[in-house]
Ligand binder design. Structure first.
Ligand SMILES: Nc1ncnc2c1ncn2[C@@H]1O[C@H](COP(=O)(O)OP(=O)(O)OP(=O)(O)O)[C@@H](O)[C@H]1O
Ligand SMILES: [Mg+2]
Length: 457
């Protein structure tokens, strides 16, 4: 499904959800309102019927002096505009009101109440007296039969139901329109994101997207902006990396070719010093290509470690031995400090490579009379921590965040050979062990490299 199609169907679903939520509520309210209106209207109608009946009785008695000949108060159902009602549960219901004479006998025959029937005292609780000149001329007996809707009531209910149906349809229409508007607004950030993703896919670049509201979708846009900025940073740094590598390879190779050509021509004698310099440069190139290979293997996830249990004290002693003479020649004291029985499971060659890098860096930056300490210990219960601390000039904060970048070299490092890959390789190897490598430095107060590796990598 295309993203456009997806957003459209999401919009449809939102609109349907709006309508689905509002329609039952509206119908419930409309039903309740209809029932209430019907009850109120029926009550009012009954009141009117009762009042008409009372007035009828009074007029009749005034004119004839008795209740005799009084018309039944309820017209038959056909007259009320309704089909004759089916008797409920086989029983014919009496009308709601029965007219009694002052002696409590039925004056007008009705269903179940033949004329002249004497209403027993026990059933006279629901009587209303109809008086004329303060004298009861009749009684109205409420039978408890629920009032039946007459033609007017039915018409009123129909009209009200029609109006309510219209209102419900209108309200549903409005809720669908509101749903369309809300979903349009709600999905706006997704459309923006869609544009950003499309731009990133086609051009490899995306301008920062407006982040909008501080809600979940705004968060998504911010995350996208962060990701696209990171991609851009990596793109630039990888372009820079390729340019730097090309430069790092071509400059010494050009010099070497020039020297070799001059030696071949005989313009430059092939002295042992010149040959030895050429060899050093060749070694440097071999080292550089080895480093690049290692980094590309790590990038591809092809770096394999040969893990085994290693005595850390011995490993540090080997490092000390390797650099002992160089340190002594540079007038630097190199000290190693590790508890006697410290063991960890790691790749000794790779960890040695990390430590050589760190100690070489420390030696490069520690002046005569300085001190370099390599110390090992436990970090928590499951981590090995090795630090390489020097008493050199330290690293300024703005450089500290760049020293792990590939090919980065500080200005002060130009005097010593190197390619600027040492720390990034060391960190890659530490991470391959599931560990970390960080540098802490206070300018003027030395630098400490901190390597942590799980005891069981
Ligand atoms: N102990 C230290 N004291 C001061 N600066 C340091 C120290 N260690 C590293 N740096 C700075 O970090 C930079 C990067 O170090 P890194 O080891 O990656 O490269 P390099 O030593 O220059 O070259 P190589 O690839 O041979 O290691 C160095 O050029 C230097 O400026
Ligand atoms: Mg280095």
């Amino acid at each position: 499904m295309t993203t456009r199609g997806m957003s459209r169907s999401l919009r449809t679903r939102l609109i349907v959800a709006f309508a689905a939520v509002s329609l039952p509520v509206l119908l419930l309210f409309a039903g309740g309102a209809l029932l209430y209106a019907r009850t109120v209207y029926l009550g009012l109608r009954q009141q009117t019927v009762r009042e008409e009946l009372v007035a009828n009785i009074r007029t009749h008695v005034q004119l004839t002096g008795s209740l005799e000949g009084l018309r039944p108060q309820e017209p038959p159902p056909e007259e009320r505009g309704q089909p004759p009602t089916a008797p409920s549960r086989g029983r014919v219901e009496p009308p709601p009101l029965i007219v009694l004479d002052p002696q409590f006998r039925v004056a007008v025959a009705a269903t179940g109440h033949p004329q002249g029937l004497l209403i027993p005292v026990a059933d006279r609780g629901n009587l209303t007296a109809v008086t004329l000149n303060a004298r009861p001329v009749a009684y109205l007996l409420s039978t408890g039969t629920p009032p039946r809707p007459d033609a007017q009531t039915t018409a009123f209910v129909r009209r009200t139901a029609g109006l309510l149906l219209l209102a419900v349809s209108l309200a549903t229409g409005i809720s669908v329109l509101l749903g369309a508007w809300f979903s349009h607004r709600l999905l706006a950030p997704l459309r923006t994101l869609q544009g950003g993703v499309r731009a990133l896919t086609t051009t490899g670049q995306a301008a920062p997207l407006p982040e909008g509201q501080p809600d979940e979708l705004g968060e998504l846009l911010r995350a996208f902006n962060g990701m696209s900025a990171e991609l851009e940073r990596r793109r630039i740094s990888s372009r820079q990396f390729s340019a730097d590598i090309a430069h790092d390879l071509s400059t010494p190779l050009t010099v070497m070719r020039g020297t070799l050509e001059a030696m071949k021509d005989g313009t430059l004698p092939a002295t042992p010093e010149r040959l030895s310099r050429l060899q050093t440069q060749t070694d440097h190139m071999i080292q550089l290509s080895g480093d690049l290979r290692l980094l590309s293997m790590a990038d591809a996830g092809d770096l394999t470690l040969k893990l085994r249990t290693v005595n850390i004290t011995e490993l540090l002693s080997d490092v000390e031995e390797t650099f002992f003479e160089v340190a002594r020649d540079g007038g630097v004291i190199l000290g190693v400090n590790a508890p006697p029985d410290l063991h960890a499971q790691l790749d000794p060659l790779r960890v040695t490579q990390i430590l050589h890098n760190l100690v070489q860096n420390a030696l490069n930056h520690t002046p005569r009379g300085g001190l370099i300490t390599v110390a090992a210990g436990l970090h928590g219960v499951a981590q090995l921590r090795i630090t390489v601390a020097d008493s050199g000039p330290g690293i300024p904060p703005e450089q500290l965040e760049r020293v792990f970048d590939r090919l980065y070299r500080g200005d002060d490092a130009r005097s010593v050979p190197g390619s600027g890959l040492g720390l990034s390789i060391a960190r890659t190897l530490a991470e391959a062990h599931g560990g970390t490598l960080t540098l802490e430095s206070v300018p003027g107060n030395g630098t400490t490299a901190v390597l942590t590796v799980p005891l069981n990598s």
